[in-house]
Design a protein around this ligand. Structure first.
Ligand SMILES: Cc1cc2nc3c(=O)[nH]c(=O)nc-3n(C[C@H](O)[C@H](O)[C@H](O)COP(=O)(O)OP(=O)(O)OC[C@H]3O[C@@H](n4cnc5c(N)ncnc54)[C@H](O)[C@@H]3O)c2cc1C
Length: 412
């Protein structure tokens, strides 16, 4: 059996590794458009901050897997079960796994693009190549603005601050990382960021980038500031765009696969085209695209179990998702119904524990004796036990305190 995996990112690499670990004997080829082999994108901020190098974020992809880097797959022929990779000929497959990830969303800002692409000093932050360009630019920059205060924006801001740059975040929503954190957790995070030299402007929208015209009339000169919708201007010679991502579906769409926001898949991660599956950030499952590492891993594991024969009935029914950012003083994890809205549902209990002096905040959201969501900020010692209970939907013990308190680092 020949399996072609398109996309050597988190999901593609985990699929390949698990497929082999579960005894899959097929001939497996992993196509990656990037120059380097698979790496953990979640840790790119650590690379930007100079704490990790490529070797430390490289991901395993299993023995006997043929990795083809710098080889973008350009076209698919699902009816003929073949694909065309850059610099090659049409190649046949029995199963195809689309794991093409997502592209950064570029916001509609005046002065964002010149003739040759983004204005000088302006960066997206998705790939190792983006990271290298950003690090090079940051070495001589004086002030940075990050547009977007979600997981990615906060991660980029923290890394730039650790390089000694003053950083400002502009975020449209009333609090940071509003999809995963509630207001109190986000406030604690904002305070911790301020301690690192990152100022957050919330409920604010960037509307234009400022800077001179370039020497070439079609080009733009280096960015000098960000104009907000309220007319206020932030000075900056470095701007990072962290305004969300959009599933990378061009290849699937051109091949006639069903695409809405992402490539449509069912619980078997099947697209409907013969032998074609999709997983990770490019997939839309039960009306949702996830854009997070944990669901990407879970989908990859379910499909690997299925195609390797270890569990031919394996399905992924979706989202008991965890989003985790674990870096130094800004460690947090959030899972399930963690935002403010869940608390309003009848029959919901909320347990909170906040310790401003230690900079920790913990919240468990419960329905009956089941955990339906939670946030841990600043102390993740019990994250394993909590997420296990959440993922397995286990009944919780009567005494919840050990699940939310810890002796690790506790003061006498
Ligand atoms: C800086 C940063 C921080 C993040 N932090 C977190 C976090 O704290 N927590 C969290 O849960 N998530 C986080 N994420 C999101 C997480 O990285 C993604 O959800 C995850 O990478 C999705 O995995 P994937 O394999 O679907 O896509 P990707 O990892 O994007 O991999 C897709 C790969 O496919 C390749 N590709 C695309 N098209 C083709 C083609 N036609 N041919 C060949 N190759 C192709 C791409 O080049 C890419 O290498 C972060 C993302 C970034 C960028």
């Amino acid at each position: 059996m020949r399996i072609a995996v398109v996309g050597a990112g988190l999901a593609g690499a985990r699929f390949a590794q698990q497929y082999r670990a579960l005894g899959g004997q097929g001939e497996l080829t992993l196509y990656g458009a990037e120059e380097r082999g698979p790496y953990n994108r979640v840790l790119l901020a650590e690379v930007l901050a100079g704490r990790y190098d490529f070797e430390m974020i490289a991901l395993p992809y299993g023995p006997g897997v043929e990795l083809r880097t710098g080889r973008e797959v350009l076209a698919l022929d699902p009816a003929g079960r073949r694909l065309l990779a850059g610099g090659g000929d049409w190649t046949g497959y029995d199963h195809l796994v689309l794991a093409t990830g997502a592209n950064p969303v570029l916001p509609p800002l005046r002065g964002l693009r010149g003739a040759g692409g983004l204005r000088p000093g302006v960066h997206a932050f998705r790939t190792l190549a983006d990271c290298a360009r950003l690090a090079e630019d940051a070495a001589t920059a004086e002030r940075a603005v990050v547009i977007g205060g979600g997981v990615l924006g906060v991660s980029a801001a923290r890394a730039l601050a650790s390089l000694g740059l003053p950083v400002e975040i502009v975020h449209q929503a009333p609090h940071l990382i509003e999809r995963q954190l509630d207001e109190r957790a986000a406030d604690a995070l904002r305070g911790a960021l301020a301690g690192l030299g990152v100022v957050s402007y919330l409920d604010n929208r960037a509307r234009a980038l400022c800077g001179p015209a370039g020497e070439d009339p079609a080009a733009l000169g280096r960015v000098t500031g960000v104009e907000l919708a309220n007319g206020y201007r932030l000075e900056a010679d470095l701007v990072v765009l962290a305004c969300g991502v959009r599933p990378r579906t061009g290849l699937a769409h051109a091949a006639g696969l069903a695409v809405r926001q992402g490539v449509l898949v069912d619980d078997r991660l099947a697209t409907g085209a013969p032998g074609v599956h999709a997983l990770g950030d490019c997939a839309e499952h039960r009306g949702r695209v996830h854009g997070l590492a944990e669901p990407a891993y879970q989908m990859a594991e379910a499909l690997a179990a299925r195609l390797s024969g270890a569990d031919p009935e394996a399905r992924w029914t979706g989202a008991r998702t965890l989003s985790r950012l674990s870096t130094g003083p800004l460690e947090y994890a959030a899972f399930g119904e963690s935002g403010g809205r869940a608390e309003a549902e009848p029959g919901t209990d909320v347990l909170r524990l906040a310790d401003p002096t230690r900079g920790t905040y913990k919240k468990l959201v419960l329905r009956g004796d089941r955990l339906v969501g939670g946030i841990l900020l600043g102390d993740l010692a019990t994250v394993g036990a909590l997420t296990r209970a959440y993922e397995r939907d286990d009944p919780l013990p009567d005494d919840l305190l050990p699940l939310i308190t810890t002796t690790r680092g506790a003061r006498p």
